[in-house]
Design a binder for this molecule. Structure first.
Ligand code: HEM
Ligand SMILES: N/N=c1\cc[nH]c2ccccc12
Length: 290
């Protein structure tokens, strides 16, 4: 059965906005991380990785139980590099001991996306920390070396459509790959900390060459020094995915709208929020400055 979200006795929008602001202010403070990319992209990746373990067949994994806090999940080779995001969040968890780990990991991704000028992401609290025994086994996160049919099958486990898959992968406009984390490198030049549709624009406009990188893994590189993973490039090789790449390259608003919906579905997969009321939409720091 789905996990039942817990009602947040006494905590309201204002309380969660305080957590949002603490994360957002720390993002601004610690802007030098990873060659001045900052922690934003790393926090977004953490929010996806804690949700991407979900399996709709037995409702195991997913963001509900906050099991990333246990060694088995944190040490999954696919999570290499996310120690930075986890370390970034430790003082936030101490300052707000009442928030569950699942709520913190997902709220941090929402905060990072909004502070990087992404779309407003409606967010609901209520995830409850699970026991260590409920930690999903390693190996549930995707393999970057694969093709379009692999990507479609992989996301089929969550019940995502082609359109939702393409929208979600648009998050690869953020940050970069790091050879020591994933065996893929670059691009330093174009690594960004602003949420845009440029992932799709680059996929269609750059001249991509498949090359072996220093770790012996194949990746697509362009003359401008950009890179794409094989699973990124699969989105223009597969006709059904390509249709949405073209749509989002032309229409950033459509991308923002579809990304928001798919990202909420990713973060809430496997959780029944019942009648716990509507989602919170947080103000960015800039919107509160006045
Ligand atoms: C086919 C599915 C996917 C594959 C194979 C994949 C693979 C990867 C790899 C290999 C990296 C580089 C990690 C490193 O070397 O530090 C990465 C980074 C990243 N991924 Fe994905 N990813 C996928 C889907 C997603 C989704 C659905 C999201 C979010 C909605 C996402 C967000 C990110 C972000 C923001 C980064 C940059 C992290 C940083 O700069 O530290 N990815 N991904
Ligand atoms: N600019 N960053 C990226 C461009 C293409 N693919 C990626 C995959 C993972 C992380 C970053 C990127």
């Amino acid at each position: 059965a789905l996990h039942l979200a817990k009602a947040q006795d006494g905590k309201s929008l204002e309380d969660f906005q305080k957590v949002y602001n603490a994360i957002a202010e720390k993002l601004r403070d610690e802007d030098e991380f990873d060659g001045y990319i900052g922690y934003g992209p790393n926090l977004v990746r953490l929010s996806w990785h804690v949700s991407g373990t979900f399996d709709k067949n037995d409702n195991s994994g997913g963001s509900f139980g906050g099991t990333y806090r246990f060694k088995k999940e944190a040490d999954d080779p696919a999570n290499k590099g996310l120690q930075n995001a986890a370390h970034f969040l430790e003082p936030i968890a101490k300052k707000f001991p009442w928030i569950s780990h699942g709520d913190l990991y997902t709220l941090a991704g929402v905060t990072a996306l909004q502070e990087m000028q992404g779309p407003k992401i409606p967010w609901r609290p209520g995830r409850v920390d699970a026991d260590e025994k409920d930690t999903p086994e390693n190996g549930r996160l995707p393999d970057a070396s694969q093709d379009g049919s692999y990507v479609r099958h992989y996301f089929g486990r969550f019940g995502f459509t082609d359109q939702e898959i393409v929208a979600l992968l648009g998050a690869h406009c953020l940050g970069k790959t790091h050879l020591e984390n994933s065996g893929y490198e670059g691009p330093w030049g174009a690594a960004t900390n602003t949420f845009t549709n440029e992932f799709f624009v680059n996929l269609l406009n750059e001249n991509w060459k498949l090359e072996k990188n220093e770790a012996g893994n194949k990746q697509y590189n362009s003359e401008k020094g950009y890179m794409m993973l094989p699973t990124d490039y699969a989105l223009v090789q597969d006709g059904k995915f390509r249709k949405y790449v073209e749509k989002y390259a032309k229409d950033q608003d459509a991308f923002f709208e579809d990304f928001k919906s798919a990202y909420v579905k990713l973060l809430e997969n496997g959780i029944d929020f019942g009648k716990l009321g509507k989602a919170y939409v947080f103000k960015t720091l800039d919107e509160q400055d006045s």
